[in-house]
Design a binder for this molecule. Structure first.
Ligand code: ADE
Length: 233
């Protein structure tokens, strides 16, 4: 998979991209992530990418020219180098569709995606109408920019690409995978003074019984804490 992220703050991605599962997934060739500085595409001599809103009001609006030129450059480069096109051009915005595990799973099956990070007051609406295929929010709150949203999405998408997590079951067992919260988990020691014992069943050695117990507990926790997830099915 290839993920191209367009941002006015590309430095925000450096640490995060090289660490942990995302770093390994890139080194092992499961995903290519490219960060593009939107300012490299502006024709403005002062490197500006924003301007005042028509009709007045506060805040600045990201202009069409740098975004359209950047996306067009990425599209023609991908076409000429690999003969491929982008499956989705995603815009991060608080008024987008709320990101969830199902979206991460679906996006992880795409071959090439662009994520455009919103900034300032947002982008000129004509970009949304003409170039954006999907608008995504990571929650009902306003961030200073779309970079953290793009990072959250990238992390959630990359970890479910088949093969990225060493143990092939690991992602399948994640919270939310079947619209269920994960069951309670324990590690050694089996008894800890003041904290009690691990549930007996986890020590029985019968994988089928353990799995049944886990599903039961996952259902109980979901019913108690996030009943809305069960209604979604
Ligand atoms: N940009 C600002 N706030 C955001 C949010 N909640 N989700 C996605 N992008 C954003």
């Amino acid at each position: 998979m290839r993920i191209d992220i367009i941002s006015v703050l590309p430095e925000m991605f450096t640490g995060f991209l090289n660490e942990s599962i995302i770093g390994r997934a890139q080194r092992e060739g499961y995903v290519e992530i490219h960060i593009h500085n939107l300012r490299d595409y502006t024709k403005d001599k002062h490197k500006r990418v924003d301007d005042y809103p028509f009709g007045g009001g506060s805040g600045m609006i990201m202009q069409i020219q740098p975004i359209a030129d950047c996306i067009s450059h990425l599209q023609s480069t991908l076409l000429s180098s690999k003969g491929e096109s982008y499956d989705a051009v995603i815009y991060t915005s608080p008024d987008g569709n709320q990101f969830n595990q199902g979206m991460a799973n679906r996006m992880s099956q795409l071959r090439n995606i662009i994520i455009l990070c919103g900034h300032y007051k947002g982008i000129d609406h004509r970009i949304r109408e003409k170039l954006i295929t999907e608008e995504v929010s990571i929650g009902d709150y306003v961030l200073s920019g779309g970079e953290l949203a793009a990072a959250v999405m990238t992390d959630a998408i990359v970890r479910v690409i088949p093969g990225v997590l060493g143990d092939s079951q690991a992602a399948l067992d994640d919270c939310f995978m079947d619209n269920l919260l994960a069951p309670p988990i324990y590690t050694r020691p089996a008894h800890y003074d003041g904290f009690g014992d691990v549930p007996e069943i986890l020590l029985c050695g019968d994988p089928k019984k353990i799995r049944e117990w886990e599903i039961q507990k996952a259902l109980e926790r979901t019913l108690a804490l996030r009943p809305d997830l069960l209604e979604e099915q």
